[in-house]
Every structure is written in C-alpha cells, then in structure tokens.
Design a protein around this ligand. Structure first.
Ligand code: PLP
Length: 400
C-alpha cells in the first residue's frame, strides 16, 4: 500500500475521543454507561441561533463565504472582544475558522519552522502538542503542580523559554484542570514574557464564560497591553453557546499574524459555513443572560461531584473554578487491585478498570501530560452524575 506521510507518525488520536467512542460502543451493546469523558455542553444550542441560520438559508445565503468571516460576524466579534474583554481590535485583526481548534492549527502552521519550540503549561489539552508536532515544531511541557493549582510559576516559565521558543500557549479556564489565572497571575507571567520578545503568546479562552464563584475572567492582552502585538486571543462559540457541532472559532491578534493565518485559511478550508456564521452573529449580539444561567447549573454540578469525590478515601481533587472538568489525583490507588482483579499500575489502568467494572467512562491524566490523574467532565445531567459518583465510590471501595 502507498505510505502515509511521516508528519502524521507522531500525532496521536485524542484519548478523550477514544474514550467517548468506547462509551458509545458499550452503550450500543445495551450497557448502561455513564460517560464522563465528553468535552461538550449537554445543553441545546439557543433557539435564536437556529432561527438565524434558518433565516440565512431561506434568504439564499448559501454561497462561498468570505474566507476571513462575513463582515457582520467580524463586527459582532469585534463587539464581543470590546464588551467582554475590553480589547480594541480592528476588524482587520479578526479572523474566523472552523472551530477554535482550526484557529490554533492555522496559527501554529503559519508560524512554526522545523524545530521551533512551543511551551505548553501542563496538564493541557492534548491537541496542542499534536498540532505543534504536525507542524514540525517541538512541544515543550511546562509542568504545573496540583499544589500551585496547575498553573505555571513565573520563574518556571522563564526557565522554559529558550531562543528557539516561538509560542507560549495559555488556556484558562483550563482543560483539563478547570484552573483560572487571576489578574495578578497573568500580570506576573506578562512580566516574564516582556523579557522574551521572540515569543508569541496564544490565550485559548474557549471556556471564558464557564466560570464560578466570585472569580473574574481576565485574558492576557487585557491585563498586559504592552504584549498586545504578540498575543493571539482565541475564542469560539462551542462551549459558551453549546454550539460544538456548528464549528466556529475566532481570534483577535496582530495584523501580520492574522494575515498569515488568513493565507492558511484560504488553502485549508475557504471559510466557515455561512449558516453557522449567521447563527454566531445571533448569539454574540443577542442577550447574554443565558451564559450566567448555565454557569450556575455547572457550578451546582461541580459542587456536587467535588463533594462526592473528595469524600472517597485516596482521591485528591483541587477545586476547579471554571470549565466543566475535574482533574482528580488517583495516586492513592496505584499499586492496588480492583474488585475485578486488575492491578492498577497507572491512571490508564484505573480508567480501564472503571469502564469495565462499573461502566463509567473518564480519561486518564496521561492524555493531558500528567499522571496519575483522571479527568472527568460534569457536562451531563445531575441524575447521571449521581449514578456516576455512586459507581466511582463502589469501584474505589472495591480496590484493595
Ligand atoms: N481549546 C480547548 C482547551 C478545548 O478543550 C477545546 C475542545 O475541547 C477546543 C479548544 C476546541 O474548541 P472548538 O470546538 O471551538 O474547536
């Protein structure tokens, strides 16, 4: 058979996708599975987004889109950055693509030469490292301890940056830890970055609106305006507006970078579906109160699951302030044997035994660059969360 390209050899299949597929396979066999592996909201897309897409289709808005985004959408994004983040981007500094994932992909592809390094505070969303590898770059994990809330210390960031560093990728609220960087923490990282002018900084703010307690969301370009010429502020409609299937991400950034990314866009997609763009205008310009309402529900779920899991012997969990994930330390179970007879030597063993014996699907921390942890998503109903917690408690109780 003809060969697949070398550039794909080091790129992995996302473990959360693999685990979600496992959940589907078990469910197809008639097994009652509790899937706590998915990274998407369980709420529906708001009706006014659907209406806007329908109206656009009926009005004949079905031709090739402008590659960078329709004027209406780029204006709506400009408004969003100003309203939510106090960032003043010119429309020419705004770009759209098929999801935040494609924005990130285009940014990396537009800037990375072979061997360039990308610093990634870890644990992190696994796609970052894979996208960097795909582009011929070198992902450099910057370990962030549970004790420091899974956030990087400025001195560690300073030490991780070399003359080969091209990017630093920041993601708050974080997938998988749910950590949120405070204004002061971003400021301290900004001080370090000011000393390294060769580094671009990407802030992946996709979970911006999923934030709890009294915590306020800040993004780096807002906190440190002296970095604005080097920061790409990334966002999208997937998580905030339950629009994962519509595929729309967007960003604001320095014009030369946006221009380069736009060139990539013209060759790899030609722009986002026109109906999606119309739907995105509707949510970005429409009423925003739904965001708070949904955040309130996520917070209740977080409190419930956190409470249940921290009462289980041997599990340690930091309190996430955003996103919809818990990143649970399972060190207390390494070396134990599950009721079904599996020796737990690492977090992947724990995850597999939990699936096989209790039909609860989570993802191993190794997939996010940090072990021994499991990531579980609470973007599902309270009823499923209760069942999931009962089963996790039974699983842990059965380990000896
Ligand atoms: N960034 C992070 C941190 C994510 O967790 C995800 C999805 O899981 C994305 C980006 C992708 O978002 P989108 O659906 O806009 O491509």
């Amino acid at each position: 058979m003809p060969e697949i390209a070398d550039r794909l050899k080091n790129v992995t299949v996302s473990a959360s996708v693999a685990m979600t597929q496992k959940a589907r396979d078990l469910a197809a066999q008639g097994i009652d599975v509790v899937a706590l592996s998915t990274g998407e909201p369980d709420f529906p897309t708001p009706p006014h987004a659907i209406e806007a897409a329908y109206a656009a289709a009926r009005a004949g808005d079905t031709r090739y889109p402008p590659t960078d985004g329709t004027p209406a959408l780029r204006k709506a994004i400009q408004l969003k950055f100003k309203r939510d983040n106090q960032l003043d981007y010119d429309v020419s500094q705004i770009l759209t693509a098929g999801g935040a994932k494609q924005i990130i992909f285009n940014a990396i592809l537009a800037t990375i030469n072979p061997g360039d390094e990308v610093v990634i505070p870890t644990p992190s969303w696994i796609s970052y490292a894979d996208i960097v590898k795909f582009a011929g770059g070198v992902p450099v994990a910057l370990p962030c301890t549970q004790e420091n809330g899974f956030k990087p210390l400025p001195a560690d960031l300073d030490a991780a940056i070399t003359d080969k560093t091209k990017w630093l990728l920041l993601n708050y609220p974080s997938n998988p830890s749910g950590s949120v960087a405070s204004q002061a923490e971003l400021h301290a990282l900004g001080e370090v970055l000011l000393r390294h002018p060769q580094v671009w900084i990407m802030t992946d703010d996709i979970y911006e609106h999923l934030i709890y307690d009294d915590v306020r969301f800040y993004t780096l370009a807002q906190v440190e305006p002296r970095l604005v010429d080097r920061v790409l502020t990334v966002n999208g409609v997937s998580k905030a507006w339950s629009m994962t299937g519509w595929r729309l991400g967007f960003c604001g950034g320095p014009a030369p970078l946006i221009k380069a990314m736009s060139n990539v866009n013209t060759q790899n997609s030609g722009g986002v579906c026109t109906l999606t763009q119309a739907a995105a205008v509707a949510v970005l310009e429409g009423p925003q109160d739904l965001l708070q309402e949904r955040a309130r529900i996520y917070r209740q779920r977080r409190d419930y699951v956190l409470d249940r899991l921290t009462s289980i012997d041997g599990l340690r969990c930091h309190k996430p302030q955003g996103a919809f994930y818990l990143f649970v330390n399972i060190a207390g179970y390494i070396g134990k044997t599950s009721a079904g007879g599996r020796l737990i030597t690492n977090d992947a063993d724990f995850v597999l035994a939990l699936i096989e014996e209790q039909h609860v699907v989570t993802v191993q921390g190794a997939a996010y660059g940090m072990s021994p942890f499991i990531r579980l998503s609470y973007a599902t109903s309270m009823e499923r969360l209760e069942t999931g917690c009962d089963r996790i408690a039974a699983f842990c109780g059965g380990c000896v």
